[in-house]
Design a protein around this ligand. Structure first.
Ligand SMILES: [Ca+2]
Length: 116
């Protein structure tokens, strides 16, 4: 578990609903960097997914929030934001989709402007 990263993510989701930990958005300006950030998100996902089931169950998420002393009402709000289809679990796909879409919204990444 990487408590510092998790705290940043939950804090970001709590305040305004976007993932915006220091350096995250600004770093994702080239394909290579975006790829690295996605790798970071992936490892973050696996940190949440403690039983390696490929999806974050609600109780796993709550357990982590409890560790971070996030009130359960807030944890619920964050979870429902991540759980796009509302089936009670967050898959890697959902996790990446919401975090990446938040970044794109924020940064307005131009897909056509490749670095080379
Ligand atoms: Ca889901």
């Amino acid at each position: 578990v990487q408590p510092r990263v998790l705290r940043l993510l939950t804090a970001a989701l709590k305040h305004g609903g976007s993932v915006n930990w220091p350096g995250f958005v600004t770093m994702a300006s080239t394909n290579k960097e975006a790829q690295e950030e996605q790798d970071r998100l992936r490892s973050l996902f696996h940190t949440y997914d403690v039983d390696n089931s490929g999806q974050i169950e609600k109780n796993e998420f709550y357990a982590i929030c409890q560790e971070l002393q996030v009130p359960s009402e807030e944890a619920e709000g964050i979870f429902s934001r991540l759980d796009a289809d509302g089936d009670g679990t967050v898959t890697l796909e959902e996790f990446l989709t919401i975090t990446v879409s938040q970044i794109k919204k924020k940064k307005k990444i131009n897909r056509n402007s490749l670095p080379c």
